[in-house]
Design a protein around this ligand. Sequence first.
Ligand code: ZN
Length: 420
Amino acid sequence: MTAQDHDCTTVTYVDDRNTVVKSLDATVSLVNSWRREAPRFGMKENESKLRIVPRGGAGKRQQFKQQLAAKLDCPESVVVDTHRILGVDFAGAADPDIPLVTGNARLDEADRRARRVALISQGRERMKTFLATSVAAVAQWGWWRREPRQELRKFAKIMRTGLRDASTTWSKYLRMIFLGHRLDGSFTTGFQAWSMLRGAYKVGCAKNWDLRGRAGTWLNRVNRWLKKLGWRDVGPWRWRHAELGDIFWDRESRDKDLHDHALRESWRKQCFSNFLAQDRRDATEAVAQAVQYDSDRLKAAIAAASEHGLHAAAVLGGGVVSDALFTVHCKEPLPHQCQWCFSHVVPGWDHQCWLCPCEAFSATRPAVPEDFMQRRFAWPRLNNKEYDAAVVRHVVHVRQALLSARWERRPRESDISINT
Ligand SMILES: [Zn+2]
């Protein structure tokens, strides 16, 4: 379509018209064209609904506003920083200072829903499904032009509300893996932007590959999200991961499911590398033990977490407890004697779980694992299914015994750092 020699793209939805133009003159000419042409068909433009969203930084947008006022007869209020189109906030810049009203309203709605979900006592796995389908699904829609960084903090808080999670000693990245990609705001909003843009590409609406480098564009948003997950663009509509190969778009949407699977796998890998890079003793030990990402073991750990309940999930995610850790959290002096067996050792998790001769811990204890991830995190090693399960059952027992003994000695309010 052209408006007095200016190229423009117009998309209509019922009686809604949205047009992209490339200059101030084209804007003026487009509005004037409709003013002139509509009466010829016996219609009148409803200009109370006219909104113009200029692109660029704050200075550029202000300049546009002033220049437009000189060239077009319309109230100042038609020029806005952001406008809602089909439920998506379109802003003139990918600037976190421009509040995305619709996106934020959606987060508020998700928060309300999470509070309702929190009232249901249905077990953690079912709660996760509720959160993914009725809470995350509301919050994730429409973050197509920029990643909602600040807003994602709210998203994470919403998920904690829904799961009634207190603060925890788990690694936040391992915990994220166990909760699943659907409850991670960064993944889920990015994935939504990715799959919607892929749909637009398929029908020929996304054509300009060069836009991947231009901040504030949909393609740039998707490209940056992919980069964070370890994917580099290597050619038009094609991205490569060092270990997972290529993903690409074509009009036939070939291998769509395989590509989505690769994205989820890259997310798990990224979470695991983030865990290894954490400043935590278990992460440092894992690095020293040359622990590598192992997709099959991780999947088995995720399955064990959902099968054996919250205590298991906590240990599998690094949330071990011990008498030594309790004192650290309560800022008390570190004990140098185990109060269960009276040996002169610092009563840490490894002692109480694997070495302490006290019957409270030794009764359920299988042979001490040789593998680091199994000894420290109870991750299945996959060479003996029964033994793997016995290890998980044992750590659940030890964690429960330690916490029960702790509650007996202290009023509940005094412990805010360890969740059960
Ligand atoms: Zn002991």
